[in-house]
Ligand binder design. Structure first.
Ligand SMILES: [Zn+2]
Length: 398
């Protein structure tokens, strides 16, 4: 399990389940004992009403509980964190020492102590990027680097400062479920907030109806009903908003983190082109594997036009080498937007059973093309930049 790094966060996340048990325990006592059994069944002699509320209450509670446990299980056993780079442990030890020495002005200093991207052309992990046809990169054509994890960031991963780890499709750190809501847990989290909305909706219906009935029968107002109704109203606003937001982001193929900058973001992508393609008027070219230091020809212009001037690696490397054009999207464009329904299915699964039941994790997207399925913007970018096709190349073996 990957635990939160801050003691306060750990304390909050560990205590929240006890508060939840308290709230749900109190509500269950009010709805089941005081409303269904004592009021509707015993006092009002309405077994039908009592049974109806009992069934709806138990069913929504059960579904919310199963979804909650499913989220917890995934967050503990499959949180979707990116493995640390080989130097991360030693680097973090050094940062700690620096911080201790520098005392309170640590943050700025410690951050500047983080190492720059690995300059080794055979840096571990690079191949996972350039073996695809398109990946997210910096302006120099190399993937994004996480200075804290000392590793290349997979497409769509973000660094979570609570866990001090990069997380796949990170959405947010959720104290209610005690961890990162990200790629593996997003579906179950959405189902949990949805069933929690139904559950608190059932609580509101039972308590409001009981209040109205007891008032009209002259039995007076039970303070417990009011208490449970208050809890219901508070939580239903919260869970309903969360569900609505989650569904909206899923249909846009964005996470919470993506959404915050979705209006201003410009994605830089490395898009594969045939080997030997020269740089274009509005794109540079990078060729992998990166040339070793002693092989690199002196390059007068490193402004991103041609990153690799001369690749004199071994014949085997040349055979396996792959060239990429470095292009940018326009502001706010989302290369992974597949259209609302396919976006939905990519997170929630292919059929209604998957959408409703918190059982299966949707299968990972596996393709030689990209880490995540690309939307129509990808072929559009090829056209926009006039990039030559690679179809004939990808069919050759090896
Ligand atoms: Zn990181």
């Amino acid at each position: 399990m990957v635990s939160a790094q801050r003691a306060t966060t750990r304390w909050v996340t560990r205590s929240i389940p006890f508060f939840l048990i308290g709230f749900v325990g109190f509500t269950s006592y009010v709805v089941v004992q005081r409303i269904c059994l004592d009021f509707f069944l015993t006092r009002q002699q309405k077994p039908g009403t009592a049974t109806a509320f009992l069934v709806v209450y138990s069913l929504t509670l059960l579904l919310a509980l199963i979804a909650y446990l499913r989220v917890l299980f995934v967050i503990i056993y499959n949180p979707g964190v990116v493995p640390l780079g080989p130097n991360a442990v030693t680097q973090r030890e050094e940062n700690k020492k620096t911080r201790r020495m520098l005392g309170r002005q640590d943050d700025i200093e410690a951050k500047s102590a983080n190492p720059p991207p690995d300059e080794n052309p055979d840096s571990p992990g690079l191949e996972a990027f350039y073996s695809k046809d398109v990946f997210v990169c910096n302006e120099d054509g190399r993937p994004k680097w996480c200075a804290s994890c000392c590793n290349w960031k997979p497409d769509r991963a973000h660094h979570c400062s609570e866990l001090e780890r990069c997380c796949l499709k990170m959405d947010h750190f959720c104290p209610w479920v005690g961890g990162i809501v990200g790629e593996p847990s997003y579906k179950f989290f959405t189902q949990f907030t949805f069933y929690a909305t139904l559950y608190w909706g059932a609580v509101i219906a039972a308590t409001a109806f009981a209040l109205q009935q007891s008032k009209s029968s002259g039995a007076g107002i039970d303070g417990f009903y009011i208490g449970a109704l208050g809890l219901g109203c508070f939580f239903v606003i919260f869970t309903f908003t969360m569900t609505g937001t989650a569904v909206r982001y899923i249909c846009m193929n964005l996470t919470n983190v993506d959404y915050l900058k979705s209006k201003v973001v410009v994605h830089c992508l490395a898009i594969r082109v045939p080997q030997g393609t020269p740089p274009g008027p509005n794109y540079g070219i990078i060729t992998y594997p990166l040339p070793r230091q002693d092989d690199r020809a002196p390059s007068p212009n490193l402004s991103g036009q041609t990153v690799t001037e001369n690749n004199t690696n071994s014949p085997r490397d040349l055979l396996a080498s792959r060239s990429f054009a470095i292009v940018k999207t326009q502001i706010g464009e989302n290369p992974w937007d597949l259209g609302p329904f396919r976006n939905w299915k990519s997170v929630m699964g292919n059929n209604i059973i998957d959408w409703l039941l918190p059982i299966n994790i949707p299968p990972n997207y596996v393709s030689n093309e990209s880490m995540y399925e690309m939307g129509p913007l990808y072929p559009e970018l090829r056209r926009r930049y006039g990039l030559p096709d690679i179809e004939h190349e990808s069919k050759t073996p090896g």
